[in-house]
Design a binder for this molecule. Structure first.
Ligand code: 13P
Length: 257
């Protein structure tokens, strides 16, 4: 069975102490809820800001099935890139994952396919699991161009990998029109796109790998809609923004499987 994951992308929110308290609170409550043995739960991932990462990783390490990652990484391992953070630095905190190609980075920081290929490569070379994000904008869906947009993002971003590399990638489908808007994709819309992505993987890498690949949904996922989204055959969990900033909401979402 493929891995189920609930991941919290904190984006540029929470001070250091607020972030540490949130991670402590969530881990404490998962523990109290008797889910020490998280085998029955989805894997839980925190994506805090860089400066919180080391401490959040220490907190996560106390609980089985809980991990952390960075929201971005640079393509180069080191050098004169003031203000940037490299994959080896992320790895050195004990973090295990990194988001690559979030739509906010594509839109606000000019990240293009070529850069994302280099970031996926940097992540895998440093034994970090890239969570590769894709998703169409509203006008693209309105023109019924959404499948082609997502196909191009996936083909250009990750289909250059060999099977061994691809095995270590998680995909997150996040329609841009659903991010931070309160408008969620319907379970049917999410399932339709996830099934399409899985079909692309099947055609490229075969049945086995397609069946094993975890595909997360992101975009206004909350405690009310998580269960219906997660019940879809090809939706393997969620990448949660706003609702991951409140312990109650995030825990409810984790329990939605
Ligand atoms: P929201 O859950 O706030 O819509 O954000 C989703 C997201 O972008 C997660 O990466």
């Amino acid at each position: 069975m493929r891995k189920k994951i609930v991941a919290g992308n904190w984006k540029m929110n929470l001070t250091y102490s607020e972030g540490v308290s949130l991670a402590e609170e969530i881990c404490k409550r998962l523990n109290e809820a008797g889910v020490k043995n998280l085998d029955l739960m989805p894997e839980v991932l925190f994506f805090p800001p860089y400066i919180h990462l080391s401490q959040v990783t220490k907190i996560s390490e106390g609980l089985k099935g809980v991990f952390s990652g960075a929201q971005n990484c640079h393509t180069e391992p080191k050098g004169a890139y003031t203000g940037e953070i490299s994959a080896p630095m992320i790895k050195s905190t004990g973090a295990t994952h990194v988001l690559v190609g979030h739509s906010e980075r594509r839109a606000y920081f000019g990240e293009d396919d070529q850069m994302l290929v280099a970031k996926v490569k940097a992540a895998l070379e440093n034994e970090l699991i890239p969570v590769f994000c894709c998703g169409e904008k509203l006008p693209e869906r309105e023109k019924e161009n959404h499948f082609e947009v997502v196909r191009a993002q996936i083909e250009n971003g990750i289909f250059w990998l060999d099977e061994t590399g691809f095995e270590n990638v998680v995909i997150a489908y996040e329609p841009v029109w659903a991010i931070g808007t309160g408008v969620t994709a319907s379970p049917e819309q999410a399932q339709e796109m996830h099934a399409f992505i899985r079909k692309l993987i099947k055609e490229k890498y075969g049945d086995d790998l397609a069946e094993k690949t975890t595909i997360l949904y992101g975009g206004s996922c909350n405690p009310k809609n998580a269960a219906s989204l997660f019940s879809q055959d090809d939706v393997d969990g969620g990448l949660i923004g706003g609702a991951s900033l409140k312990a109650d909401d995030f825990i409810e979402i984790i329990k939605s499987f």
